[in-house]
Write a protein of this length. Structure first.
Lengths: 214, 214
DNA sequence: AGGGCTATTATCCACTTGGATAATAAATAG
DNA sequence: CTATTTATTATCCAAGTGGATAATAGCCCT
């Protein structure tokens, strides 16, 4: 990412004092170069056009555009720029939205400077890092998103086709039309599907198919 | 976690040479104490009963019990033990399963010792860390898991109740029974739900409800 | 060649469904 | 106090649904 030795950094933070504090703190770290700091996301996004950086420290609660929206935009336009969310917000939704927007790290503001320095180095290499205090939400997300052990209901290819149409809300007749078979055939397929999925009606079949991603 | 100064570590890795290499490498790091190493997950799990550690380096491809299963078991039994998956596997499902199992980090084996040392310190504090080469999968997961902007279909409380039963596959009559109202009432609710969700039948309503988590 | 699975088609029947339409009472909001 | 919304009930009707049961043809494997 960085062609020089120094890691170039922008700070986006609406509170002046905080910006100054960070800037001063990093004067002791020779390989961190705080190129500029902004009180709004818009300012930062404009500046990136002329001078991209390696890493951005991004607050969440900003005037006008939020840190999450900004992260989304910057990540889309400059996929190589690493964004560290640096905030006091511990709201679960904000954590997840931030990471979904492409941030590489989520840190709470009381992080000490040495750790923040290490964090900047870490994300500059492309890693993802999550503050100890918010790992639970993140792990819960991983748990929910875990590739399910794809329960196998032994549906045939044809049945999967039918189930797919069923889930889209088509009636047996419509399914038959789409597959150019007789309505009786479609109906027979549906009946077999209901049996195989151990449900008694197509609504439950559709829900089960959606849940298990069949 | 660690009451002493040193971070205590177990290594689980079926290849003897690799274990030896790691052990030797960490002799230079005074605050890392490789307490023991195991060629199988079972050995590690047994040892934990007598002597827990702060951090475990866990391979994935192990004989008998896989690293993922072991991680799941250890994380459940000792939530404070931090597990670093250290493997050559770059398979997306294994990455996600590992993190879902409670691992705090996923690193690829060619990581250099200094970084691995930093990583051990980082996860010992409770952070989550993801290797740069597998961030894409993880970010994609965050993106998919992002709290959807909860499209609002202006369903009334009663309608949500009805929709809930509908999704479970109950017929209008059954819904009416459950809510102790007349079948006509249940039917009227369903009709209104279909209109509000802009769908023409209950299957689509159920699917939409499931997708949008109504 | 024969056994098992799949896809296809079919019929009967009681029950369910969705659309259209509307009336009433209760609660809520302005 | 009045307008709006919600919950309740109802009816008609054409269409769709699910269960049970079964026959036929094609395919793959042994």
């Amino acid at each position: 990412m960085s062609t020089q030795n120094k890691i170039s950094v922008y700070i986006v933070e609406d509170y002046l004092l905080t910006r100054i504090t960070y800037k001063k703190s990093f004067q002791n770290y020779s390989d961190i170069n705080i190129v500029n700091d902004f009180e709004s996301a818009e300012g930062c996004i404009n500046a990136l056009e002329k001078q991209p950086v390696d890493v951005i420290l991004m607050d969440l609660g900003l005037p006008y555009m939020t840190g999450i929206e900004a992260t989304k935009i910057i990540h889309r336009k400059y996929p190589n720029i690493k964004i560290i969310i640096l905030t006091s917000h511990e709201n679960d939704d904000e954590v997840l939205s931030s990471l979904a927007s492409g941030a590489n790290a989520y840190a709470l503001k009381d992080i000490d400077i040495k750790k923040l320095y290490n964090l900047i180095c870490t994300v500059n290499e492309g890693s993802i890092w999550i503050d100890p205090r918010i790992t639970k939400v993140v792990q819960k997300t991983f748990y929910k998103a875990e590739p399910k052990e794809k329960e196998d209901f032994h549906l045939t290819l044809r049945e999967k086709e039918v189930l797919d149409l069923l889930v889209q809300g088509f009636s047996n007749t419509e399914i038959a039309d789409k597959l150019t078979v007789s309505p009786c055939t479609a109906k027979a397929h549906v009946c077999k599907i209901l049996n195989k999925l151990s449900v008694t009606d197509r609504v439950q079949a559709a829900v089960k198919a959606t849940k298990y991603d069949l």
